[in-house]
Design a protein around this ligand. Structure first.
Ligand SMILES: C[S@@+](CC[C@H](N)C(=O)[O-])C[C@H]1O[C@@H](n2cnc3c(N)ncnc32)[C@H](O)[C@@H]1O
Length: 240
């Protein structure tokens, strides 16, 4: 593909995993292997150290649990890793992973020793629960969810995460580029057989934002950060 094909998001592309009738075995393998892919490409160790660790240490010092929400948690590997990192810093963690897709949640719940509470829900369901007295979260995150969303769903997820987070929101995703596309096409080869990782990963990259495109879609008080060449973060820090 020429670089001209990356000049704008290709939102007409549909990922195979977003088809409710897709092959269940391939989908399960895809979700399970996200654990490896995320470890290699998503950079959550750095996001934890830079953005979440100060909150975890604050919670460890005052003896109250760090409350984390993962929106579109998929197989739960990112959330479980964050729990482990915060516990290693001495914090108790109270974590919830939500996903509208029951097939994703089944993989998260089958993860040996999982610590988070996994629920089939949309972020708007949790916002509705705030009105009944449910507590907000210290940290709201997502990984590889923004590029799945159309403009209306993006606005909803940003508004909901803003309402649900007391201290910090971090939505992490791919930064679209032809170099990311070429590197992924080669790098995913050993993990791809029998899964949707190749097709959906490449479609994901073509559906993703560049930092310059995403910035104007964010509400006031949010910013786009570029933690690495192939990544972007939509971040909302602590409200004054
Ligand atoms: C590519 S997967 C990423 C899963 C996981 N976060 C990870 O990084 O491995 C995208 C996930 O977003 C979920 N999703 C799609 N639309 C969503 C929405 N409007 N709100 C929340 N999650 C959504 C899907 O069900 C799917 O599990």
């Amino acid at each position: 593909m020429s670089t001209a094909g990356f000049a704008r998001r290709d939102t007409a592309l549909r990922e195979l995993m977003d088809d409710p009738a897709c092959d269940a075995t391939r989908l399960r393998r895809t979700l399970e292997r996200f654990a490896v892919v995320n470890r290699l490409v998503s950079g959550w160790g750095g996001v934890y150290r830079e953005h979440i660790r100060p909150l975890a240490r604050r919670r460890a010092a005052d003896g109250t649990p760090l409350r984390i929400l993962d929106i579109g948690c998929g197989g739960g590997d990112v959330l479980e890793r964050l729990i482990a990192l915060a516990r290693a810093d001495g914090a108790e963690v109270d974590a919830v992973g939500i996903d509208p897709d029951a097939r994703s949640l089944a993989v998260a719940l089958a993860r040996p020793g999982h610590r988070a509470d996994y629920r089939r829900a949309h972020s708007s369901d949790l916002v509705a629960e705030l009105a009944t007295g449910a507590a907000r979260f210290d940290v709201v995150i997502s990984n590889h969810v923004l590029h799945h969303l159309d403009d209306a769903a993006l606005a909803t997820v940003l508004r909901d995460s803003d309402a649900l987070a007391r201290s910090l929101v971090v939505h992490s995703d791919i930064a679209r580029s032809p170099v990311a596309y070429a590197a992924y096409a080669v790098g995913i080869t050993p993990l791809a057989p029998g899964s949707f990782l190749r097709t959906d990963g490449l479609r994901s990259i073509r559906r993703s934002w560049t930092p310059r495109e995403l910035a104007p879609a964010l509400p006031a008080g949010w910013q786009v950060l570029r933690p690495g060449r192939f990544r972007l973060l939509a971040v909302r820090g602590e409200r004054p």
